[in-house]
Design a protein around this ligand. Structure first.
Ligand code: URA
Length: 236
């Protein structure tokens, strides 16, 4: 059960004070009757709530897959920069967050939700959730690099900081190489620092998978969609 004012505020109808005012002014109906008590308790899934004539359905959790473009930051809000949440304009909930971070210049799969328990599970280092990245790097990736990454590589600056075993697949070898790398951690700038430690530079980085999720190839950079029921089931 949820209070009427919280229901409306959660769904972005207004701030708590604004929706209280709307309710007092008789602009909100519950199951066809004007409701003037902000503390009226509702069954979120079954009550029919209208604010100024518009039906407001309640979503406790929202889950979005975003193909993050370069140039936006993985934060909830930022005073100067555009954030990944600014891109999700069909969102109802105001309490969404990106699950983990991609660098400003990294593109690809980012999960966005207000399901904190799921986010915690996916980000926990103990859970060993696979993340696969496609990258173009300056330098020739060799079997030696594959071995180094499989054994773990020190990406520390000053202090040792060893990565867990990672799977590196060489897609194209050359002065500029193309690779796929699967890691189970999320250290700061991890992929870039792994290649840097091996004497190479990441020129382009895209995340293709995150746990059970695979980036939907039909999403252009900057586009997003809700997770399907099947995807949610796999994640949960
Ligand atoms: N590793 C990086 O270096 N950057 C990212 O954005 C993600 C993984």
């Amino acid at each position: 059960m949820i209070r009427l004012d919280k229901y409306l505020a959660d769904m972005g109808v207004g701030t708590r004070a604004e929706v209280k005012r709307m309710i007092r002014q008789g602009k909100v109906t519950v199951d066809g009757k004007v409701e003037k008590s902000a503390d009226r308790k509702l069954e979120a899934g079954t009550a029919c709530v209208l604010a100024e004539g518009k039906e407001i359905s309640y979503a406790k959790y929202e889950y979005y897959m975003l193909n993050k473009p370069a140039g936006v930051v993985s934060a909830r809000s930022d005073r100067r920069e555009k954030t990944v949440l600014d891109l999700i304009d069909s969102r109802k909930r105001k309490d969404l967050s990106p699950v983990g971070r991609l660098d400003k210049d990294t593109v690809g799969l980012l999960l966005i939700t207000n399901d904190g328990a799921l986010a915690h599970r996916l980000l926990s280092p103990k859970k060993h959730v696979d993340k696969t990245y496609y990258a173009r790097v300056r330098g020739t990736v060799t079997e030696e690099t594959v071995k180094q990454f499989a054994e773990g590589i020190d990406i520390g600056e000053g202090q040792e900081d060893w990565t867990m075993p990672a799977r590196l697949l060489v897609v194209r070898q050359g002065e500029i190489s193309e690779i796929r790398l699967t890691i189970q951690e999320g250290k700061y700038h991890q992929v870039k620092r792994m290649f840097q430690a091996a004497g190479m530079e990441v020129l382009y980085l895209k995340r293709e998978t995150f746990g059970a999720l695979t980036l939907d190839a039909s999403l252009a950079e900057g586009e997003y969609r809700r997770l399907t029921d099947e995807e949610l089931e796999l994640l949960l």
